[in-house]
Ligand binder design. Sequence first.
Ligand SMILES: [Fe+2]
Length: 235
Amino acid sequence: MIDIHCHILHGVDDGAKDMEESVAMARIAYEDGIRDIIVTPHFNDTFLVEADLMLRKSEELQRELDRQGIAIRMHPGNEVRFEGNALFTDYKRSGKFAYLGSPAKYLLFEQRWTFYNDETPEFIERLLHDGVTPIIAHPERHFFFRDTPELLLELIELGAWTQVSADSLVGNFGPEAAQFGQWLCETGRASTLATDSHNVNRKPNLRAGHDLFVQYAGAEALEELEARTKLIIQS
Ligand SMILES: [Fe+2]
């Protein structure tokens, strides 16, 4: 399995605090059946992990995993929060954040927690116009998407993908996130699944997410989801 959203890099954000924890998370991920991880440190007002630091840390961790014989391949990425329009445009232009995989084809795009930015559709359109598919990070965890699903449906209609978190489906973010996540799976609106794991407690658990997805959407839909996810690391 491929995890496209994971805060496994050591000491850069609120994810793994040191190399030891990164390796422990990688072991859990391997046991879970994960073989590829896109590292997605935060790129937001609180943790602005720029692409060059992400790459350096990712290479460091890869070397350690290779040394310890943990057969997981790391891929570059960021979880980019849409903090503000001008800011986003500036960072995009100067290449400060990383796309998923490496070429500018997929972007893990997160909303703020407190309110929905009305200019999101416009930015989604711009990204798509540039050949980038935005992947909306864990929409089921945002109250405004749950309260007004039309906001999310509009983005999907435009061509955005979604990333539903395994932890939401298993109920770790409460019943509302679980229900909305289930609805996204059932209605064919969960483009990808990921762990968004941060440490050995909030750990990689993609298998549990895949199992629930099969219950909600069927085995064939899971095959499609896995094929779609593969495109991201093959881009
Ligand atoms: Fe995240």
